[in-house]
Design a protein around this ligand. Structure first.
Ligand SMILES: [Zn+2]
Length: 140
């Protein structure tokens, strides 16, 4: 068991982004950071007076940071999570596919699927053989 879990991070050019350990929001961090509390969560903890109460959903899909291009409903354009202000309002909002379709297959499910594929292939082979036999019998 690992004691130190590093938060997920990725590079965008030379800037390193890391997932907040609390809410998963990505924020730019330094090279050596291994955990991050994003500014929003820090604000929640220290309680900035400007911060409205309660969490305001952004309406953005999970993983939008990783999209080559993402346009939110206000027309803000993001390239891999980075806002491109000059493109604002020039593109149509990205349509987000329902989450169900993006469901990831578990390892177990993959094995089951593979097994089923084999079963189908076997069934087809058997059917073919039977057809051949039936055909031969009918003929005779
Ligand atoms: Zn956070």
């Amino acid at each position: 068991m690992k004691n130190k879990i590093e938060c997920h991070s990725y590079y965008d050019g030379s800037i390193r982004y890391m997932a907040c350990m609390n809410c998963g929001r990505y924020e730019a961090v330094g090279e050596t950071a291994f955990e991050l509390k994003c500014s929003r969560c820090v604000q929640m903890i220290v309680g900035f007076p400007e911060e409205p109460k309660g969490y305001k959903p952004t309406g953005r899909p999970a993983g939008w940071h990783f999209m080559a291009e993402y346009v939110d409903k206000d027309g803000n354009v993001f390239h891999r999570g980075k806002e491109i202000p000059k493109l604002k309002g020039t593109l149509k909002p990205t349509k987000v596919k329902p989450r169900k379709k993006a469901k990831r297959r578990t390892k177990e499910q993959m094995l089951v699927d593979r097994h089923n594929e084999k079963k189908i292939a076997l069934k087809k082979a058997v059917k073919k053989q039977q057809d051949f036999i039936n055909h031969t019998i009918n003929k005779g």
